[in-house]
Design a protein around this ligand. Sequence first.
Ligand code: NDP
Length: 264
Amino acid sequence: MTRPEPAPRLHGRVALVTGASRGIGRATALRLAAEGASVAVNYRAGAAAAGEVVAEIEAGGGKAVAIAADVGDADAARRLIEQAVADLGGLDILVNNAGIARDGLIFNLAPEDWAEVMRTNFGGVFNCTKAAMSHFMAQRDGVIVNVSSVMGEAGWIGESNYAASKAAINSFTRCSALELARFGIRVNAVLPGFTPTDLVAGLVAKDGGRTIKQQIPCREFASPEQVADVVTFLAGPNSAYMTGSLLRVDGGAGAALGLGRPKL
Ligand code: NDP
């Protein structure tokens, strides 16, 4: 079935997507641009990949810039927000998407792998939110969408640092939504399930992800575009009465007890 063209809902809005050179962030940048937003494409190391995202947006008639910054660094995050505002003439939407994983059993986990995951994943959300909020408060308008994970609501062997960073994002989403509502700023989070990107390549390498898929009611992974659709919904006017929400995009995984199929 061909998908109907969505009506552009974000004309005149400016968005910043962190970690937009690849994966879910890339798909989100392209989707926001398709809805009419100008987009700042943040990346850490992938300048060429970020440039390709910008080129694709421009080829579609949109406006975009690529901006390098390590979101885990508070000063860099502040400069990132300032540059996005300067280059695109404002900022209305912040998508805190950048994230990393450094998996390992707690027994073996190097303290630097614990710290780097917390610094990037949770630190990035805190730093960019803090840097953008005075701008949003001054204009009494703004939308923040945090890309968390289903892992923030459950456990998984070898992902204590990642899961803890995402649980922190979930709590921070609720708290920042409460603090910012009075300024007309909405804050929500998207909790994707397994989405085949570089981030989870190692987890699905063994059997193409078949074992994991068997445990997902929809029997399929999310595509980056399916996650981007929900991020775009939360960034746009159709979710105007939503703030402090955590939306799962997990193919039904969260609805299951998770003990396998009953013998019926
Ligand atoms: P990818 O590894 O495909 O992409 C990660 C992106 O984050 C890249 O653009 C990378 O930029 C950027 N990035 C990494 N560190 C930094 C940093 N310090 N500062 C700025 N940018 C940075 O990951 P995904 O697309 O899979 O993940 C995106 C988000 O979705 C993450 O928050 C992840 O936790 C979350 N998520 C992913 C799931 C999945 O199954 N894939 C499931 C649930 C949540 P560069 O290339 O330049 O380093």
